[in-house]
Design a binder for this molecule. Structure first.
Ligand SMILES: Cc1ncc(C[n+]2csc(CCOP(=O)(O)OP(=O)(O)O)c2C)c(N)n1
Ligand code: SF4
Ligand code: SF4
Length: 649
């Protein structure tokens, strides 16, 4: 199935869609004019769909922006002008977008069609994130409405509703998903694609679009809180907050939202009970009256949600305000009690965890053998093998990491100092894991160049920043300018693999987008010129696959530049141009390599220290797995016995 097909599906059809595809379809059915995003798992496919359909659709503009701040500002500009706009990002992306969003949510566009939906995809268990962050906590700060779908069908419907709410209230509206919704696939009943068209006439009125002290206090009073009250009314009356009836004599009720609703349904089926459920889809503002009415019916209520106790805490507050004595269970309740192992505030929920927690609440009504079975089941689930993430075979970052591994001890012992690695966010983050282990500090995208400065100002050691091209463009440039301005002696390695590798090889402004679907109109930013423009010393090295001395040249360059940093107290930048192998293998037929068993001494350099996953050792020999090898050729260059060579046909 092709992501671009979404435009061809007709009203009334059922298509087997990803949650992310359904969101894109929902936006197309809402007559979207402008889409921007910054890739980040689990939100990236929304951008892939829009990039694939852009030129064939009625959209005015689609872009993968340089970062989330710019993405939301572009969408926010279009929104002020009267467009129907969407911006998508992952959880931590909202941190980057939060400054403009705060101001944006206090403004009020003057145009009747204006609507802005912000899709934020959270990642419980941090499967593909550095941190586990619940973006819902921003809702109280921004004071904007938010919806949370449970499955792909709701992704489509809630997206459409989010645009309507935004248009009606003139407030940006958040659509919050989690991995298991964004990446779930199910049949989705489709509506009709709409082409809204932009009104020729529009007004950009200063009073309603400018967040400045002069207008802000009035705006906050009249617009933000008034609009929040209107949003609250919508939330109280919304069918997205609905009760699923159960046993009318049940002493227990369940309040849930998002994917947890499906876990609850599975748990109820498994335990063969019929508990009434309040399913919240319009999660902010919190529908207090509806919740109070629900609470009053039960002796006990169980709140189930992914990540923080966001809903549970509001249920507790509402119960306190209304003087309701219903006992409230939830993740916070279990987490802070002796029963933490039953349900924790950390990690991802699943049907077994939910069933187990529910069965413990209902322990007097459920057979003890069933609870024992569940306990065993969860123990089995916990023994899943934990594996470290690995870079692809042939990944250029492995080559750089291996070069560093050969230099570090040399520098440490000859200069009698320490070498500190400042890591950033990208596939190269995996260099932090064994056998290489290059990471002393790693915070967030773009932080490596600044953390290196922090340590350099307080020690004489060598500080090396490792940052990818995508991350450098996203948020590394200000820190580079800062370092140049302050003449801070650090070594910056920019691992320019041409793409945003980690999230699926999406383009960034420095990518050659000629071969990228929908990207032919993009101008490629020359990183070398950009860095030169800051006044930094930059040396460039390219991986040419015919150069059999690439690894040696890379090593020499990094060593030379490290010495310059230490001896001349200068800032040095090395731009390593070695394309992501996942892109290279699409254009080049790999030349496979073999190991000559007579020459191989099983020294371990290639399979242990370079740790290429395509090279394996069993009891008798070292071999290259032809299905995994991607022909980077580095093993051939580093083998001390010259045992590795190209396969001759
Ligand atoms: C604020 C933020 N936005 C998005 C992401 C998702 N993400 C993870 S790594 C990455 C960029 C990786 O690109 P690059 O630095 O070029 O390294 P590569 O993966 O190509 O090696 C992105 C966008 C994130 N982690 N944080
Ligand atoms: S996707 Fe590209 S950059 Fe990421 S590990 Fe694979 S080869 Fe390396
Ligand atoms: S580096 Fe060469 S000698 Fe060492 S294990 Fe690999 S193939 Fe054998």
């Amino acid at each position: 199935m092709n992501f671009g097909d979404i435009l061809n599906y007709k009203k009334g059809e059922r298509q087997f869609l990803l949650g992310n595809e359904a969101i894109a379809r929902g936006a197309l059915e809402s007559g979207i004019n402008v889409f921007t995003h910054y890739p980040g798992t689990p939100s990236s496919e929304i951008g892939t769909v829009f990039n694939a359909v852009f030129r064939k659709s009625a959209l005015n503009w689609v872009e993968s922006s340089i970062n989330e701040k710019v993405a939301i500002e572009i969408a926010g500009g279009a929104y002020a002008r009267g467009a129907t706009a969407m911006v998508a990002m992952k959880n931590v992306g909202l941190n980057v977008a939060s400054d403009p969003l705060f101001a944006l949510s206090t403004s009020k566009p003057n145009n009747p069609n204006s609507a802005l939906v912000i899709v934020v995809a959270d990642d419980p268990q941090a499967h593909s994130s550095a941190v586990e962050m619940d973006s819902r906590n921003y809702l109280h700060l921004f004071k904007i409405p938010a919806l949370e779908p449970s499955d792909p069908q709701e992704c489509l419907e809630f997206t459409k509703r989010a645009f309507e709410i935004s248009r009606e209230l003139k407030l940006p509206t958040i659509l919050r998903t989690v991995t298991m919704v964004a990446h779930a696939r199910s049949n989705v009943l489709l509506g009709e694609i709409k082409t809204n068209g932009l009104l020729e006439e529009f007004s950009l009125s200063k009073e309603v679009n400018v967040a400045s002290r002069l207008y802000f206090i009035d705006l906050k009073d009249n617009q933000i809180y008034d609009r929040m009250n209107m949003a609250l009314k919508l939330s109280e009356e919304s069918p997205l907050n609905r009760i699923i009836k159960g046993d009318s004599t049940s002493q227990l009720g369940i309040i849930t939202s998002g994917v947890s609703y499906h876990y609850v349904k599975e748990a109820i089926d498994y335990l063969d009970i019929s508990t009434p459920i309040l399913k919240l889809g319009f999660i902010h503002p919190f529908p207090m009256k509806k919740v109070i009415k629900f609470l009053k019916k039960f002796k006990e209520v169980f709140v189930l949600e992914e990540m923080d106790a966001f809903i549970e805490n509001q249920v507790l507050a509402v119960a306190q305000i209304a003087g309701i004595r219903t006992k409230i269970y939830g993740k916070a309740y279990f987490h802070y009690s002796k029963e933490k192992s039953l349900l924790s505030l950390v990690g991802e929920l699943n049907p077994t965890k939910v069933t187990l927690a529910l069965s413990h609440i209902l322990k007097d009504e459920i057979s003890s053998s069933l609870i024992r079975d569940l306990d065993l089941k969860i123990q089995e689930e916990l023994v899943t093998v934990k594996r470290l993430p690995v870079m692809c075979s042939g990944c250029p970052h492995r080559t750089t990491g291996y070069a560093l591994s050969q230099l570090v001890n040399k520098i440490k012992s000859s200069k009698k100092l320490n070498v500190y690695f400042h890591q950033d966010i990208g596939c190269y983050t995996m260099l932090s894991y064994p056998p290489l282990g290059f990471a002393n500090i790693k915070y967030c995208m773009g932080s490596s160049i600044a953390t290196a400065q922090g340590v350099a100002h307080t020690s004489n050691d060598l500080n090396i920043s490792i940052i990818g091209d995508g991350t450098f463009l996203h948020s590394g440039i200000p820190a580079l300018v800062n370092a140049v301005h302050n003449k801070t002696p650090i070594l910056i390695l920019i691992l320019d693999n041409g793409w945003i590798g980690m999230t699926g090889q999406q383009p960034h402004p420095g990518s050659n987008t000629e071969n990228y679907e929908g990207g032919e109109y993009k101008e490629k930013i020359d990183l070398e010129k950009l860095i030169n423009g800051t006044g930094a010393n930059v040396s460039v090295i390219r991986h040419d696959y015919d150069d059999e001395q690439y690894f040696q040249s890379l090593k020499n360059l990094i060593l030379g530049k490290s010495e310059e940093v230490l001896e001349k107290h200068t800032l040095q930048v090395v731009l390593i141009k070695d394309e992501c192998i996942q892109k290279v293998i699409k254009r080049r037929k790999p030349e496979l390599r073999i190991i000559n068993q007579e020459m191989c001494t099983a020294c371990g350099l290639c399979y242990n220290q370079l740790a290429c996953p395509a090279i394996k050792r069993d009891a008798v020999k070292v071999m290259i797995d032809m299905n995994s090898c991607s022909d980077c050729g580095i093993c051939e260059e580093i083998c001390p016995s010259k045992a590795i060579s190209r396969e001759v046909e």
